[in-house]
Ligand binder design. Structure first.
Ligand code: CS2
Ligand code: MG
Length: 401
């Protein structure tokens, strides 16, 4: 079998997605996700100009060799754009291999370690009351794990805090600038979780995402203040370029820590994992080297009792979600899967075998990873330039987020 053609399809069914379609001379094809939110076209150029010409005529069964060829062979290793391109190719190749083997992907990976995949979804509110109402409503739909966020009083809702802000990235041409205040945020979050525990009790898993906005000592304080409410995890407490910075947080709190949605390789989390500075590693197939990358990172994490938790927001396409859930079904050290849901147009463009059943996802038994792209639907939704917002402190200082 040989790779005959590779197409890159860019479309915006409510969000921008970059999809790789690899077609073989035997007619089998596979699809992969290569989306980097807000930087989509950089990946398209990387794929079209530098990757695809090198792969035509190669044997699609040699997934590991192609991965190494694109990683080591480029000389310029790692980085989000390179790794998203590798991820898109890798996910499509695993799809082809599983189809050739006539198996669902999880079978090829080693078979099921579990029947269904626990997910968490998001609730945000303009105030504590609204978040509590949202959590109660989501629990009634069968969710067993919920991420709760709240806007800072006196400031407009910003990305990842108030209601529906995850959508805001799609309506702006240039980045919106938002205002952040650590001073106002820190005492607010424990109050939110106190109210939540009073209302929903202790069975529900509760999570919180800080979005990289704190320093280590501030995160340590927050983790400690949240201990009475037994969070499932505190996510992205500080930017993680400084891996040893997490030692400081760890010394002060037993609140579990999760990290990794912007990581691309095992080297981004090597120290975090081997020093047991985190509890959940949140890498995802589209940004961390595809199925091949995830397997490598999760196997390494297993040695140190760190569990998997694939990033799964709306900008990780249903294809990457398909790859994630097959890895989730197999991976022995599974923790949880994020699932933000998708807009109707996104579902229409990506027919998928995975489905949500209450608080869980199931893979389905379709061969491959079970997700396809409808190119006719894709043609109806042309790319729209869109960016994630930018955060500034109240005095105008540009902030991590
Ligand atoms: C978030 C994401 O899902 C999450 O935890 O942090 O919404 C993230 O901001 C986006 O995926 C960025 O593209
Ligand atoms: Mg996050």
């Amino acid at each position: 079998m040989k790779i005959k053609e590779i197409r890159v399809i860019v479309a915006s069914p409510g969000r921008n997605f970059v999809t790789v379609k690899i077609i073989t001379d035997e007619g089998l094809y596979g699809v992969g996700d290569a989306t980097v939110n807000g930087r989509e076209k950089a990946v398209v150029a990387y794929l079209e100009d530098h990757v695809i010409p090198c792969l035509i005529g190669r044997d699609p069964m040699r997934i590991e060799d192609i991965w190494q060829y694109l990683y080591k062979g480029a000389y310029w290793r790692r980085g989000p754009i390179t790794m998203a391109a590798i991820s898109g190719i890798d996910i499509a190749l695993w799809d082809i291999k599983a189809k050739a083997a006539n198996m669902p992907l999880y079978q090829l990976l080693g078979g099921a370690s579990r029947d269904k995949i626990m997910i968490y979804q998001h609730v945000g509110g303009r105030d504590i009351e609204e978040t509590v109402e949202g959590v109660v409503a989501l629990r009634e739909k069968g969710l067993v794990a919920i991420r709760a966020q709240v806007s800072i009083p006196g400031l407009p809702p910003i990305y990842g805090t108030g209601p529906s802000t995850d959508q805001s990235a799609m309506v702006q041409t240039l980045p919106v600038e938002e205002v952040w205040s650590t001073h106002k945020y820190l005492p607010l979050v424990p109050k939110l979780f106190e109210r939540l525990r009073d209302t929903v009790g202790w069975d529900l898993h509760l999570l919180h995402d800080v979005h990289h906005r704190l320093t280590p000592i501030e995160a340590a304080r927050l983790g400690r203040d949240l201990e009475p409410y037994r969070l499932f995890w505190l996510e992205d407490a500080v930017p993680a370029e400084l891996q040893e910075g997490f030692r400081l947080i760890r010394q002060h709190t037993t609140t579990p820590l999760a990290l990794g949605e912007i990581f691309n390789t095992i080297y981004d989390c090597q120290q975090l994992i081997s020093e047991q500075l985190i509890d959940y590693i949140r890498v995802t197939s589209v940004h961390a080297g595809g199925v091949t990358g995830l397997r490598r990172i999760f196997d390494f994490a297993a040695i140190y009792h760190v569990r998997s938790a694939c990033h799964g927001p709306m900008d990780v396409s249903p294809i990457a979600m398909g790859a994630n859930v097959h890895v989730d079904r197999w991976v022995p050290n599974f923790g949880i899967q994020e699932f933000s849901g998708y807009l109707e147009a996104t579902h229409e463009m990506f027919p998928h075998a995975w489905e949500q059943q209450g608080g869980y996802l199931v893979t389905g038994e379709a061969i491959g990873h079970g997700v396809d792209i409808d190119e006719k639907v894709a043609a109806k939704y042309p790319y729209k330039q869109a960016y994630l917002p930018i955060a500034r402190a109240e005095d105008g200082t540009l902030w991590s987020w």
